[in-house]
Design a protein around this ligand. Sequence first.
Ligand code: HEC
Ligand code: HEC
Length: 282
Amino acid sequence: MKIKALTAIAALVAAPVAFAGGADDDKLVVNGEIEMVTKAKAPAHMENVDEVISGWHFRTDETQALQMDDFENQGMIFADQGLDAWNTVAGTEDKSCASCHGAPEDSMVGVRAVYPKWNDDAGEVRTMAMQINACRTENMGAEPLKYTSGAMANMEALIAMQSRGLPVNVAIDGPVAETWEKGKELYYTRTGQLELSCASCHEENYGNYIRADHLSQGQINGFPTYRLKNAKLNTVHARFKGCVRDTRAETFKPGGPEFIALELYVASRGNGLSVEGPSVRN
Ligand code: HEC
Ligand code: HEC
């Protein structure tokens, strides 16, 4: 590690104050019935981490409780708005999502768990957001949703919740291998004035405090997340953008090739954890 990066991280990271080792031992059960796997053996491709841990474990008891009951989870209000949109006809083809897919609880179970994934027809790695927009533009004759917009986050929440409790299981080989490698490289590249990579914080320092914030592994199994900080649902790429900005680096464009690759790689670091979206974070 370069001296400058060491100094930067030392200045940012304070010694853990609440509990050593970071993640707590609480259990996440939603509505008293959906049992979430929030700690799992790290996937074989991860070299420096033995156990993968949901961001839920790094939040306070109060914040954790909000995700344990759908009546307390404000993200569910947005998922409801997603359901309204799902049933609304839009575009030149006079179709809604429901016209082709029926009810989301019938057609979308398990879908969130495997995204981003390869789409053969398009010959590209697709995030969930890209697939939603492909359906809007190609199947409905409707305008695409803005990549990190509220409308997109709402639809992502609706689709994610159909997979709650199922294990993230993103493929990293075959046609996605090249994109995955690119994502991995981005994850470990130090950027910005602070010369920090994603790994500097989320691999080398999870469990420690950075300013007042308890650092997690930066997992995305809980996305979209309802954040108390901005009182809305937050998409993966909006979160990436915020983190890159914190290193005082130029950020990439949401929906652009760099963040798509990074999303695939970060998602694969959570293989084995339950899909939690929409989760609650601070
Ligand atoms: C005209 C029919 C049609 C409409 C309308 C439509 N879709 Fe699709 N959708 C498809 C087809 C066909 C596929 C491709 C199935 C495949 O190849 O996996 C698909 C695939 C998907 C997938 C990926 C499923 C998977 O297993 O990977 C998602 C998510 C999705 N659609 C969401 C939506 C949403 C959200 C809307 C409304 C904004 C919508 N679709 C509207 C036909 C439609
Ligand atoms: C300077 C330290 C720092 C760096 C570098 C950093 N992050 Fe973060 N990140 C944070 C903090 C602080 C939070 C909020 C607390 C937490 O969940 O870790 C956070 C949260 C996240 C979350 C939300 C986790 C959840 O459970 O909701 C994701 C995802 C994330 N970061 C991804 C990334 C990625 C990808 C990179 C590299 C592009 C990155 N971060 C770089 C500090 C950092």
